[in-house]
Design a protein around this ligand. Structure first.
Ligand code: HEC
Length: 431
């Protein structure tokens, strides 16, 4: 079976306003002979060094020319194949404006490729940007000091060992419910060496787990809600830290944490942030050896909804997920995004404020999933067997997860109007 890539479908003028304007791929006129100092260093600083620096879990440091030079060929190969940096948003389909986007555009890929092909020259040192300084092992990217930090019990990874998974629990020390306006999950200072990714799940006082956690992958900034938006953290909740560890040359002890900033006591934000799982396929059917096993999930969006962040969730065989909207009444279809999926990277896609899809109530969310159950999938634990839905990592899943706000009809109409204004201004200023 061949993979059919869903295509853009025409949208009416009124609905076109709901999507943000496309990505202006700023062509930066790559100079004819790119050098490290002038052209490559700024790209590597922005898009690679969050992970490729001493003390982080990526295999080698890419902080200096001397460190990068021996990897030039490997770098070209990994960026051309778009394996690095790990991002996964299909650049040819749908919304391209994300707060946490560190991917390379076509010009940047061309610049680095040309540089490698020319023998990776250093260039003029005077043109080299100042080294990028990182402080995120010790500092929060929250807009201030957190009001509450919840720290997990310690976990120690063995030296030079296999990957490890851990579930660690901590109580939320609140005596009254509080509205959260910003949060950030992160490993401890030493833990950054080994934390591949983490998800901090909130377990409510009734024991029910909020199915969509507070995520960390290296370089992911804090989530800061717009004024008037937040979620309720109940007294008596717990945090479950779901950890995926790689290993380091020595033992490393990590105590991951979640930092929270609250709204003042007594203030209830008008826009309630909810985290939802949609269209989970309990009857997932992934045949033996099939490289592009497609499955379709549908969910009715009951309330007007502003989608703020999106997280495709599949397991080891998951390879691609697309989401499209089927609008009420007209039945018109609009593709939002396609994501190349890699279980190694539990990436969360944070839409820019003015790119957050505004979804009218009654819309159907159509989720198109692809799983690769062939021998060609190097992560496939068992290509000889059929696979279906299940909780174990070796079973699979197909779920759409999102964080956003439910909106009244008035608020929804106001936001659509604001978006239209923005688009009109955008046209005037050529954005
Ligand atoms: C979010 C973290 C992250 C970012 C950002 C990132 N990398 Fe990586 N990179 C890794 C990890 C982790 C590995 C090890 C393989 C894996 O786990 O997928 C890796 C592997 C590699 C490898 C293969 C190394 C080997 O030994 O085979 C190359 C080359 C590479 N990265 C280059 C880059 C370049 C160039 C950039 C920026 C354009 C970049 N990476 C951005 C985390 C990252």
């Amino acid at each position: 079976m061949s993979r059919t890539i869903p295509r853009w479908t025409a949208v009416s003028a009124s609905l076109a306003g709901l999507l943000a304007f496309g990505a202006p791929a700023a062509a930066q006129g790559a100079s004819s002979q790119p050098t490290y100092a002038k052209d490559v260093a700024p790209i590597v600083q922005r898009s690679c060094q969050t992970c490729h620096r001493p003390g982080q879990m990526a295999p080698m440091s890419l902080m200096t020319y001397e460190e990068i030079r021996p990897y030039a060929r490997a770098i070209k190969q990994k960026i051309v194949s778009r394996e690095m940096p790990p991002w996964g948003v299909d650049p040819n389909i749908g919304i391209q404006r994300f707060k946490n986007d560190f991917s390379l555009n076509n010009e940047e890929i061309a610049t680095i490729s040309k540089w490698v092909d020319a023998g990776a020259p250093l260039g003029n040192l005077a043109e080299m940007p100042a080294p990028r300084v990182f402080t995120d092992e010790i500092e929060w990217s929250l807009p201030g000091e957190p009001d509450l930090v919840i720290t997990s019990p310690p976990f120690t990874t063995a030296a030079n060992a296999q990957e490890a998974w851990a579930e660690l629990y901590a109580d939320v020390p609140l005596t009254e419910d509080r509205w959260v306006r910003a949060y950030q999950s992160r490993p401890s200072k030493d833990g950054v060496k080994v934390v591949h990714h983490m998800v901090a799940y909130i377990i409510k006082p009734d024991g029910e787990t909020d199915g969509y956690g507070l995520h960390y992958v290296p370089g992911k900034p804090a989530t800061i809600y717009q004024e008037g938006a937040g979620f309720l953290l109940r007294a008596g909740s717990k945090i479950k830290f779901d950890m995926h560890y790689s290993s380091y040359d020595t033992e490393v002890t990590d105590r991951p944490m979640v930092g929270l900033m609250f709204y003042p006591k007594g203030y209830e934000p008008p826009n309630k942030v909810v985290r939802l799982n949609w269209a989970s396929l309990g009857d997932l059917d992934i045949p033996v050896g099939e490289a592009n096993a497609r499955s379709d999930g549908y969910a009715l969006i009951r309330d007007n909804f502003r989608l703020m962040t999106y997280l495709p969730h599949m397991h080891i065989r998951g390879s691609r997920q697309c989401i499209e909207l089927i609008y009420p009444e007209t039945g018109q279809v609009q593709m939002l995004n396609c994501f190349e999926f890699n279980f190694q990277w539990q990436l969360v896609f944070q839409y820019e404020e003015d790119a957050q899809p505004l979804i009218p109530k009654g819309t159907i969310l159509h989720v198109i999933n692809y799983h690769d159950n062939s021998m060609g999938n190097k992560y496939n634990p068992d290509p000889k067997n059929w696979t279906g839905f299940g909780q174990r990592t070796v079973d699979d899943m197909a779920i759409a997860m999102g964080e956003g706000m439910r909106l009244s009809d008035e608020e929804f109409a106001r936001m659509v109007e604001e978006r239209k204004q923005l688009m009109m201004e955008g046209r005037k200023t050529g954005r």
